[in-house]
Design a protein. Structure first.
Length: 217
């Protein structure tokens, strides 16, 4: 029976959290949604995943939006969990991942046409803006069982473990990008522009952080 669903917003320590889930529940009890595993592009990948889903799994984790798994939530009433991150840092991290994909793409790939795309050009695209808010749209943060903050990953993970009565688990080391293309390499005006482009995510992060601070007091 599905106990909880983990919505993995891009660049919020999702791979580290997945490793924890597998160590706590066992790999056979965790269903991981990975779009790359569904080559039939004539049908939405999430539909293929849900059609083949073993509902005996205890945990579902992946890059899906709340709206994509809303019917599953309404039917089984599992706990919903996600993690958020400073919006500006999240965009920069996503940009770094995007540039890595370009570098690794075949020379004839359409991605190569975007090789010279700057951080601001990337951030100004509608698909790059307010991604955290888009992923959870349809379920207010207060209705989540747990919303962790990536910057407090270890502390919040222990809090979640207590809430779910986890016996013990190892905490993986986060892969935090520093140096080239990190937040420290950009001037304040660029960072401020990214924050403005992600006003919904900025407000979401502020609200989650306020709740986080209240819970600690």
């Amino acid at each position: 029976m599905i106990e909880f669903i983990s919505i993995h917003i891009p660049k919020t320590a999702g791979r580290s959290f997945l490793a924890v889930l597998k160590s706590v529940y066992g790999e056979n009890n965790v269903a991981h949604f990975d779009r790359k595993l569904f080559p039939n592009k004539s049908i939405p990948e999430i539909e293929q995943f849900l059609a083949a889903l073993d509902t005996g799994k205890k945990v579902i984790h992946g890059h899906f939006t709340y709206k994509e798994i809303r019917e599953l939530h309404l039917k089984y009433q599992p706990k919903i969990i996600t993690w958020v991150r400073n919006p500006v840092e999240r965009v920069i991290s996503n940009y770094n991942f995007f540039k890595k994909r370009i570098a690794e793409a075949p020379v004839d790939s359409e991605l190569k046409l975007r090789s010279d795309e700057t951080l601001l050009q990337y951030a100004e695209m509608e698909t790059s803006r307010n991604r955290m808010s888009k992923f959870i749209d349809g379920l207010p943060p207060d209705d989540f069982f747990f919303v962790g903050i990536m910057e407090y990953f270890e502390k919040d993970l222990r809090t979640l473990g207590e809430k779910l009565n986890w016996k013990s688990f190892d905490i993986p080391k986060l892969n935090v990008n520093r140096g080239l293309h990190s937040i420290e390499t950009y001037p304040p005006e660029v960072l401020n522009k990214i924050a403005l482009l992600n006003s919904l995510d900025t407000e979401l992060y502020r609200k989650v952080s306020a709740n986080h601070n209240n819970a600690m007091n």
